[in-house]
Design a protein around this ligand. Structure first.
Ligand code: BG6
Length: 264
C-alpha cells in the first residue's frame, strides 16, 4: 500500500493512504517514536492496520448491523492527499477518503483529515454535512501510543465515571493512580482535554478536542494471543488513548465538526 513520508526540520511522519492512517511520528527534539505499530500489522489493505492512528468514522465500535465493519467505513478504504503546505517548522497535509457514504451511513458528508506535523502532531478529523438533512455520526482517533513497559505506565488527567467494557459495568470513579495491569477497555464519558502518559522513557502528552469520550484500551496477553496481528508481547509496548465520539453527534446541514488530538 502506498506510504507517504514527511521529513521536515523538526519532525518525521509516515502515513499509509490505506485508511489515511498515520503509522509513525517522531519529533526531532528527542527523536523518540510516539506511536506504536504492531510488528504483525497487516499492510496489504486486506484489513485495518494494527497500530498508529486508525480513523474510526462514522461510527465507533460495533455497528448497528452485524454485517457492517467495526469502527466505521474509512479505515478500510483508500484516501487521497488533497493539499500539502510546507512552512519552516510545520508541514500541513490534508487528505480525504475516496467515499464518505456506504452501507450504514447514507448521508451527504465530507470528511477531511488534517495533519499539522511540527514539534507536535495535530490530528484533526473534520466532518461536514454537505446535505439538506441533519445526520448523526460518531468516530474516534484510535491512537496507539508507544510505552516502554505497560506495567510501569500511569495515565494522568482522567477522572470520573467510565463504562468498563471488560467487566460490563459502569464504574463511579477512575482509578488513582491510573495504572494498567490487565485487559482494559474503558469508555470515559468526559470532555477532559489534557491527558499525560507518564513513562520514564516514553512520556507522551495529549490535548483532545471535539470528543465526548476518551477510550482507554489494551488487549493484554490472553486477548492478544487470539489476534493474528498482535505479536506475543506487543501489548506490553502499547496503550491506546482515543479521542472519541461514542454517544452520537448530530450535525445540521452546512455545519462542520472537528475531532482533534494533539500529540507531543
Ligand atoms: C477499542 C474498543 O476502541 O478498539 C475495543 O473499545 C476494541 O472494544 C478495540 O477491541 C480494537 O478494535 P479493532 O476493531 O481494531 O480490533
Amino acid at each position: 500500500m502506498p506510504i507517504i513520508s514527511v521529513d521536515n526540520p523538526v519532525a518525521s511522519l509516515e502515513l499509509s493512504l490505506f485508511g489515511g492512517h498515520v503509522l509513525s511520528f517522531m519529533p526531532k527534539r528527542d527523536n523518540r517514536q510516539r506511536l506504536w505499530l504492531s510488528p504483525k500489522a497487516v499492510m496489504d489493505g486486506s484489513k485495518p492496520i494494527r497500530g498508529g492512528i486508525p480513523l474510526c468514522w462514522p461510527w465507533f465500535g460495533q455497528a448497528s448491523q452485524a454485517d457492517l465493519p467495526a469502527h466505521g467505513l474509512v479505515r478500510n478504504q483508500m484516501w487521497q492527499v488533497i493539499r500539502v503546505d510546507d512552512d519552516m517548522d510545520e508541514t500541513r497535509l490534508q487528505l480525504q477518503p475516496k467515499q464518505c457514504s456506504g452501507p450504514g451511513f447514507v448521508h451527504s458528508a465530507e470528511l477531511t483529515l488534517e495533519l499539522l506535523i511540527g514539534h507536535q502532531l495535530s490530528v484533526s478529523l473534520i466532518t461536514r454535512n454537505t446535505g439538506q438533512q441533519a445526520f448523526t455520526f460518531g468516530g474516534a482517533l484510535h491512537s496507539y501510543f508507544r510505552v516502554s513497559d505497560i506495567g510501569k505506565v500511569k495515565i494522568t488527567g482522567l477522572q470520573g465515571p467510565y463504562q468498563d467494557k471488560v467487566q460490563n459495568t459502569l464504574m463511579d470513579t477512575s482509578p488513582s493512580p491510573y495504572c494498567i495491569a490487565a485487559e482494559t477497555d474503558r469508555i470515559h464519558l468526559t470532555q477532559s482535554a489534557d491527558i499525560s502518559i507518564v513513562d520514564a522513557e516514553c512520556a507522551t502528552q495529549l490535548h483532545n478536542q471535539g470528543h465526548d469520550s476518551l477510550v482507554v484500551w489494551n488487549p493484554w496477553q490472553e486477548k492478544s494471543a487470539h489476534m493474528a496481528d498482535m505479536s506475543a508481547n506487543g501489548y506490553q509496548q502499547m496503550l491506546c488513548i482515543e479521542a472519541a465520539i461514542t454517544q452520537g453527534l448530530e450535525l445540521a446541514p452546512g455545519q462542520s465538526h472537528t475531532l482533534k488530538q494533539v500529540i507531543a
